[in-house]
Design a protein. Structure first.
Length: 315
């Protein structure tokens, strides 16, 4: 967008820093009107869910924007940065129980950046795209002083299998798919594997009641499920799987783990627990309770404390 003539953007009135990222999303969602005959779920989940004319599937549409200095530095390497840009969007599709299909990539870069660097960005994306059978089908490029990558990803999911954040119910059990914390220190935030296989196994066999990928931190992303489902939760500190050297606080708040956080009915949780020699890791860390009980952390001695649900926010 270029500004000319009388075009301007106001910096007055209420600043973004006052409402925060999720407050802004909430205000936008109130403004935007969707065609309910075409859209199953719009703003407010990991991906939008859109009907496909005549079929047993829905489209999934998600987008992620990564900016230099916020999500990465050039020192991390162009291939790994490109890989992460696509991996974040694939992880969103996993959180809906679906399969990724096609992506368009928009790129803002400095004219001084080398052609080889840009090619490496795309090579990093293409390597992961090949692994998950995603086709990169187009995009856009503009000149800018820093690198910004935006990936829009189209996926699909069977109508009987899609999962939202809003289905958790009292008595459900809370699970995660792997170790949490210290993602930036270990490099996991650049090398994580989107949990498509785990998600597909779950939706085909156990039907999660709610699911999200952990990008903003366990505590913050659990709060998203609780807000959407209008429930509370109890987490058991000793059950939370932690990366080597990570504390419980690290596991709760570091973010960028990109594991799945999901809920199962009590009966399905029991069935899952009975399975042996699974190729996946599913760890039960808590249970869903009434909304009035809030979100609480219970330590090894049974001491209960109200869990602060802070998470990373851009504003």
């Amino acid at each position: 967008m270029t500004l000319k003539g009388n075009d301007h953007m106001s910096v007055h009135k209420i600043p973004l820093s006052k409402v925060g990222e999720f407050g802004l999303i909430d205000q936008i969602s109130r403004l935007i009107k969707i065609n309910k005959s075409q859209v199953i779920k719009g703003i407010g989940d990991d991906a939008a869910v859109v009907k496909i004319p005549r079929g047993d599937k829905y489209f999934l549409i998600t987008t992620d924007m990564l900016a230099e200095g916020v999500h990465f530095t050039k020192a991390m390497g162009a291939k790994r940065i490109g890989r992460k840009a696509l991996a974040c969007s694939i992880s969103d599709i996993a959180a809906m129980g679906g399969m990724p299909k096609a992506a368009v990539v928009s790129l803002a870069v400095s004219p001084r950046l080398s052609v080889d660097c840009v090619k490496d960005l795309y090579q990093g994306m293409q390597t992961l795209a090949g692994q998950f059978q995603v086709s990169i089908v187009g995009g856009d490029t503009i000149a800018y002083k820093e690198v910004i990558i935006n990936v829009a990803l189209l996926g699909e999911v069977e109508k009987k299998n899609f999962v939202l954040r809003s289905g958790a119910r009292k008595g459900d059990r809370v699970f995660v798919t792997g170790f949490l914390g210290r993602s930036l220190q270990t490099g996991k935030h650049l090398s994580f594997i989107p949990r498509i296989e785990e998600a597909r196994f779950l939706v085909k066999n156990f039907k999660p009641t709610a699911m999200i990928d952990i990008s903003d931190g366990l505590a913050g992303d659990l709060a998203h499920i609780m807000d959407s489902s209008r429930t509370g939760a109890h987490l058991y500190a000793e059950l939370i799987p932690r990366a080597p050297g990570a504390s419980v606080q690290d596991a709760l708040y570091d973010g960028e783990d990109f594991e799945l956080l999901f809920t199962l009915s009590e009966s399905n949780a029991y069935r899952l627990a009975r399975l042996k020699n699974l190729p996946f890791r599913f760890i039960c860390i808590g249970e869903i309770v009434d909304k009035k009980n809030g979100i609480k952390l219970i330590d090894r001695w049974g001491k209960t404390s109200l869990l602060k649900t802070k998470s990373f926010t851009h504003f």
